[in-house]
Design a protein around this ligand. Structure first.
Ligand code: HH2
Length: 379
């Protein structure tokens, strides 16, 4: 997700564009660099920022979104806390709403539900004006997780078709809170909702990396976002799209040289069979079919003969069973990746997991022995 801040005062790139033509052209360039989504925002939410008037926010974002409407292969997101802005942006051609307010406003949820578009729920402590005034948590991961689950469930109950969750890097967080939340990405992803991380050029990176100028924080942003991707984040909100694309591609090419040892040993559960209701057709939702799952985990197995020291495969079986029978997915690859996220979230000792979902009775017009989707996810 590339960032298009149409603001005079964003912390790293405020005042970047002379007008909407330049902002729209930059969005198209970011898409060419590999962004799948461009996030257009008209209000800075940096620490200490005051809200901008509604008509000013509209005046900033709408001309850019109008210019992007209909562009091929470009998903446009609007970064706003206001239902009025979200509604106008969707009418102008935006496809998704990114709300740093966490879709707390009922009207915001109604706007997404009526338009049938997904929303991003982000966690923030307080408001941008006050959020960095000595934030403290008893257990930051548990508190953020409870908030995200509650807000996402409320949005889904109100008819928002899909919800991504974002722990809100730097939004009322100390440096150590950001680290704890990054470590917890597999736990957030295990809930099945796509996880967003947006650390790009933010203060922690400047402090750790000795870079007071936000424009010099891209290398540190790459490091945070590579870790987030390895942990299972589905979306990275970034300024430097080309740089992130390159860093992700190199990480992929290096395999375990980049990610650390995978674990010498394997635990494999093979041929777990269930009746599930996955598929794109209505009949599949109604009658269901047989799905078979294999899970292969890379771990370092202990020498001692103790269950507590190893991955309990009965627990893994239970979570696969719950995912296959409890939730309906249209795609078996989505089911496979949800299972992989759950496995990584269930046990920190699993370094990598391969999940195969077989759909031997896939509705196809000829004789087929099997259809399989395989995903590999690494911590
Ligand atoms: N961060 C910012 C704005 N919107 N949305 C999500 N989902 N996650 C984030 O971490 C996030 C966000 C703040 O960054 P930026 O847009 O670069 O700066 P500013 O708020 O000053 O415009």
């Amino acid at each position: 997700m590339g960032i298009v801040n149409v603001t005079p005062d964003s912390f790293s790139d405020g005042g970047r564009y002379a007008g909407p033509d330049e902002a729209a052209a930059d969005a198209v360039r970011q898409a060419a660099d590999g962004a799948r989504i461009v996030d257009v925002g008209g209000e800075s939410t940096r620490p200490g920022a005051e809200p901008v008037p509604l008509d000013e926010e509209l005046r900033r974002v709408l001309p850019v979104i109008e210019r992007l409407a209909g562009a091929d292969d470009l998903v446009v997101s609007v970064d706003t806390r206001r239902p009025e802005v979200a509604r106008a942006a969707l009418a102008a051609g935006a496809h998704l709403v990114n709300d740093v307010g966490g879709l707390r406003h009922p009207e915001m949820r109604a706007v997404c539900a009526e338009a049938g578009v997904p929303g991003v729920v982000m966690h923030m402590r307080g408001t941008p004006a006050t959020m960095q005034d000595d934030p403290r948590y008893d257990d930051v991961v548990a508190e953020v997780e409870a908030f995200l689950n509650e807000r996402a469930e409320a949005a889904e109950a109100d008819g928002v078709p899909s919800v991504a969750i974002d722990p809100g890097w730097g939004f009322g967080k100390r440096d150590e809170d950001n680290v704890a939340l990054l470590r917890a990405v597999p736990r957030f992803a295990a809930g099945g909702r796509p996880v967003v991380i947006g650390a790009s050029r933010k203060g922690s990176i400047g402090r750790w990396g000795g870079a007071s100028d936000p424009l010099r924080r891209d290398p540190g942003s790459h490091v945070v976002h590579l870790a987030a991707a390895r942990a299972g984040a589905a979306l990275l909100r970034v300024h430097d799209v080309a740089g992130h694309r390159q860093a992700l591609a190199v990480q992929e090419a290096l395999g375990d040289v980049a990610t650390g040892p995978l674990g010498r040993d394997r635990i494999v559960l093979e041929g777990l069979a269930f009746h599930g209701y996955h598929g794109v057709f209505d009949e599949e939702a109604r009658f269901g079919a047989r799905f078979v799952v294999d899970v292969e985990m890379r771990v370092d197995l202990p020498a001692a003969d103790e269950l507590a020291g190893t991955v309990d495969y009965a627990r893994i079986y239970d979570l696969v069973a719950r995912e296959v029978t409890g939730t309906r997915y249209r795609l078996i690859e989505a089911l496979a990746s949800a299972i992989a996220a759950r496995v990584l979230g269930a046990d920190a000792r699993v370094r990598e997991v391969t999940v195969r979902v077989h759909k031997p009775h896939a509705p196809l017009p000829g004789v087929v022995r099997d259809v399989v989707a395989e995903v590999v996810r690494r911590r």
